[in-house]
Design a protein around this ligand. Structure first.
Ligand code: GDP
Length: 195
């Protein structure tokens, strides 16, 4: 399905702006700077696709991309910005909750974790929200090229311990590097199998 064209459809700021739930949908979540835009660009083979949605003012929107005829790829705003005003965060959390709990066609959330940092408290919060929303989520490690292969096992152990606390977690962790193209084909294949 990634062979089909990928287009930016719209940025959504309220539930009534959501496109019709008429396609299979996957969403991507992660802390700011985790490498989410780079991963989406690598997945879709479109260099500047997700960068457009990263520009100031668009960062609090849920961005929808169409992939071929059959899928939506959904870019959730990066979280963990300490300087975001409380009211903005609250409004965003409300929208996120409503979206995650009410989207019939949402098949999986991919939670991106920076290989250098492991699971942080804000990642746990998102995972808990996904548990409560009964949305299966799968962890995608980003920037695998940034740490030594000999250090991978230790990071993955920490992630596995965190996942054990979350009933909605899918056990398989995907290792990626957008820079090196690692894991990108694996992730495409996973998305393509979701029905
Ligand atoms: P976002 O804020 O989550 O969308 O993160 P970006 O995709 O903008 O990436 C944040 C920074 O990490 C940028 O400087 C990227 O070039 C860098 N980056 C992203 N993915 C990788 C990767 O796989 N390897 C390396 N070495 N750097 C990466």
């Amino acid at each position: 399905m990634f062979a089909g064209p990928v287009e930016f459809l719209k940025g959504v700021v309220a539930m009534d702006g959501l496109p019709p739930a008429d396609r299979i949908e996957v969403c991507f979540a992660g802390r700011s700077n985790v490498g989410k835009s780079s991963l989406i660009n690598a997945l879709t083979g479109r260099k500047a696709l997700a960068r457009a949605s990263n520009t100031p003012g668009r960062t609090q929107e849920i961005n929808f991309f169409t992939v071929g005829e059959s899928h939506y790829l959904v870019d959730l705003p990066g979280y963990g910005y300490a300087e975001a005003p409380v009211a903005v965060v609250a409004k965003w959390q409300q929208l996120l909750k409503a979206y995650l709990s009410g989207r019939q066609t949402l098949r999986r959330a991919f939670v991106l974790i920076d290989m250098r940092h492991g699971v942080k408290a804000v990642d746990e919060e998102i995972m808990t929200l996904l548990d409560r929303s009964a949305v299966t989520f799968q962890v995608v490690m980003t920037k695998a090229d940034k740490i030594k292969t000999s250090d991978h096992a230790q990071v993955l152990d920490q992630v596995r311990r965190a996942l054990a606390r979350h009933p909605a977690a899918y056990p398989e962790i995907v290792l990626t590097s957008s820079e090196k193209g690692l894991g990108i084909e694996t992730l495409r294949a996973i998305i393509a199998t979701l029905e």
